[in-house]
Design a protein around this ligand. Structure first.
Ligand code: HEM
Length: 492
C-alpha cells in the first residue's frame, strides 16, 4: 500500500521492470557501467533502478549531472549506508560515509586545509617519487634478466604494489616492506585486513542488505564484521601508539596523515572513531583508483603507438635522456597532461561515483526524486557521450589541446572526481601520482603488445573498473642503465 501510494504521489524516472522484493537485482548485468549505459539508451538519460526495495536513480548526461551536483548539491549530499557500511564506518563517523551536516563540514574542512593542502602535497612528493622510481627499478630488474628479456610483464602486479606502498606510507607513515623487498609482518596484517574487507563486501550475506527476507544471514555477517573490526582497530591502535611514542621521543611531527590527525585531534575535536575512520578512508579511496587508471592508460598507449611516441618525444625534449623526470617537469609537458585527462575521460575508475542520497524531495530532469532515494552519476557514460565528445571511443589526447576541459569538477562533461561539496578531496594528489607514473613508465620504457591480438578492453564486474584481464605488455628500456635506480627518501 505504501509503495502504491508513493507511486501515485511521485513521478519517478522510468526504468527496467523491477520485481517484488529483489527489484532489479535479477537483471543488473555484472559490468555495472555498461549495463547502466545500455539502460540509458532504452529509458533515457535518467532512469530508476531498484536494488531490492531501495530506489536508485542514475543520471547519464552532463546536463543532469549539473542538476545533481550543482543545482541540488546540498539536498543530495547524504550517503546511503547499508547495515554493513554503518558498522564499518561507525555510523558515518568518518568522511566518505558521513551524511552532510556539522560533522561532515568539520572533517571536510580538516581534509581541505590540512591533509590535502598544497603545502602537504608538496611535502609528500618525495614519497610518490620514491615509490614510482622503486616500481620502475623492479620492472627494469625483471625485464633485463636474460631469461625474461623480451617477455611481457603483468603490469598490475607492479602498479598494485606501488599504489599499496604509496598510500599506506602516506597514511600510516611506514613502508611495510623489509630490506629484502618482502612485506613485513605488520604489512601482511594490513594486507589481510584489506583483502578481508573486500571479501566481506562480496559475500552472499552482503546481499541480505538488499533482501530483508535473507536477514537470517545477518548473524553470520555480524560475527564476521565484529572480528574484522577488532583486527582493524588493533592494527590502527598499534600504529597510532608507535607514532605518539616517536613524536614524544623526537619532538618532530611528520607529514603523513596519522601524525597530522593525531596532532590536530584536539583542535578539531575528533573522536578516536573519526581518526581511525579517516585513516581507513584514505586507504580504501586511494589505493585501487591509482592502479586502475594507470593500467588503462598504459593499455591505451600500447594500442596507440602514435600517442606513445608523441609523449616520449615530449619527455625527451623536456627531460632529456640523461636524467630521471620529476613531478616538477609535469608543468612543462602539456601533451602528457592531456594523455592523463583522456584516460580519465574514457576510463574513470569509479564511474557511478559514490551514490549520493536525497535528504529531502527534489526534482531532477523534471522527475520527482523522493527523500531517501540514492542518486548516482554515470560519469563513464558522460565521458563517452557522442552528444558532447567528437569520436568519443577514439583515444585522442589532442582533443584537450583543441579545447581545455577542466577535470576537477567545474566542467560536467568530465567528472572522474565528481563535483560540488562531495568532490574527491584527493583529486590533485591522484592526478600528480598518475601523471608521474605515466611519465616515468614512458620515459624509461617503450611498451609493446605481447601478440598481434588486440588487447581486451572490457571492464571487470563491480563498481570500480579494473580491466577484466590484467594488462600484459613488453617493456623495452630506453634510458642508460644507471637511471633505473630507486630514488629513496628517508623519513618524510
Ligand atoms: C584516480 C584516483 C581517484 C579517483 C578517480 C577518485 C574519485 C572519487 C570520486 C568519484 C569520489 C566520490 C565523489 C562524490 O561522492 O561525489 C571520491 C570521493 C573521495 N575520495 Fe577519491 N578518487 C581518487 C583518489 C583518491 C585518493 C588518492 C584519496 C585519498 C588519499 C581519495 C579520497 C577520497 C575521499 C576521502 C572521498 C570521499 C569524499 C566525501 O565523501 O566527501 N580519493 N573520489
Amino acid at each position: 500500500a505504501y509503495k502504491v501510494s508513493r507511486r501515485l504521489r511521485y513521478k519517478v524516472p522510468p526504468g527496467p521492470r523491477a520485481l517484488p522484493i529483489v527489484g532489479n537485482l535479477y537483471n543488473i548485468k555484472p559490468v555495472l557501467v555498461r549495463c547502466f549505459t545500455e539502460w540509458s539508451e532504452t529509458y533515457g538519460p535518467i532512469f530508476s533502478v531498484y536494488l531490492g526495495s531501495q530506489l536508485s536513480v542514475v543520471v547519464n548526461s552532463a546536463a543532469l549531472a549539473k542538476e545533481v551536483l550543482k543545482d541540488n548539491d546540498v539536498q543530495l549530499a547524504y550517503r546511503n549506508r547499508t547495515r554493513q557500511i554503518n558498522k564499518f564506518s561507525k555510523n558515518g563517523s568518518d568522511l566518505i560515509w558521513a551524511d552532510y551536516g556539522p560533522h561532515y563540514v568539520k572533517v571536510r574542512k580538516l581534509c581541505t586545509l590540512e591533509l590535502f593542502s598544497i603545502k602537504r602535497l608538496d611535502a609528500l612528493r618525495p614519497i610518490r617519487e620514491d615509490e614510482v622510481t622503486a616500481m620502475v627499478a623492479s620492472i627494469f630488474d625483471h625485464c633485463t634478466k636474460p631469461e625474461d628479456k623480451g617477455k611481457a610483464v603483468v603490469l598490475r602486479d607492479y602498479l598494485g604494489m606501488m599504489a599499496f606502498l604509496h598510500i599506506t606510507r602516506l597514511t600510516f607513515g611506514k613502508r611495510f616492506i623489509d630490506s629484502n623487498g618482502v612485506i613485513d609482518e605488520q604489512g601482511q596484517e594490513l594486507k589481510y585486513i584489506l583483502n578481508n574487507a573486500i571479501t566481506l563486501g562480496t559475500k552472499k550475506s552482503a546481499f541480505a542488505e538488499f533482501l530483508p527476507w535473507f536477514s537470517f544471514l545477518f548473524k553470520e555477517q555480524n560475527d564476521a564484521l565484529a572480528a574484522h573490526d577488532a583486527r582493524a582497530n588493533s592494527f590502527t591502535k598499534r600504529i597510532m601508539e608507535e607514532h605518539t611514542l616517536a613524536r614524544q621521543k623526537t619532538g618532530n611531527t611528520k607529514n603523513h596523515f596519522v601524525d597530522a590527525l593525531l596532532t590536530l585531534q584536539e583542535e578539531y575535536q575528533l573522536s578516536d572513531d573519526t581518526v581511525t575512520g579517516l585513516l581507513w578512508d584514505m586507504i580504501s579511496a586511494g589505493m585501487d583508483t591509482a592502479t586502475i587508471t594507470a593500467e588503462w592508460a598504459v593499455a591505451e598507449l600500447v594500442r596507440n603507438p602514435r600517442v606513445q611516441r608523441k609523449v616520449q618525444e615530449e619527455l625527451d625534449r623536456v627531460v632529456g635522456r640523461d636524467r630521471v623526470m620529476t613531478e616538477a617537469d609535469i608543468a612543462s609537458m602539456p601533451y602528457l597532461q592531456c594523455v592523463t585527462k583522456e584516460c580519465y575521460r574514457m576510463h574513470p575508475p569509479t564511474p557511478p561515483m559514490l551514490p549520493h542520497k536525497a535528504s529531502t524531495d527534489v526534482k531532477i530532469g523534471g522527475y520527482d526524486i523522493p527523500k531517501g532515494t540514492t542518486v548516482s552519476v554515470n560519469v563513464w557514460a558522460i565521458g563517452r557521450d557522442p552528444a558532447v565528445w567528437k569520436d568519443p571511443l577514439e583515444f585522442r589526447p589532442e582533443r584537450f589541446q583543441e579545447e581545455d576541459v577542466d577535470m576537477k569538477g567545474t566542467d560536467y562533461r568530465l567528472l572522474p572526481f565528481g563535483s560540488g561539496r562531495r568532490i574527491c578531496p584527493g583529486a590533485q594528489l591522484a592526478i600528480n601520482l598518475v601523471t608521474s607514473v605515466l611519465g616515468h613508465m614512458l620515459h624509461h620504457f617503450a611498451w609493446s603488445p605481447p601478440s598481434a591480438e588486440d588487447i581486451d578492453m572490457m571492464e571487470q564486474p563491480g563498481t570500480v573498473t579494473y580491466m577484466s584481464k590484467p594488462l600484459e605488455a613488453i617493456p623495452t628500456p630506453r634510458l642508460p642503465a644507471e637511471l633505473y635506480k630507486r630514488v629513496a627518501v628517508g623519513n618524510v
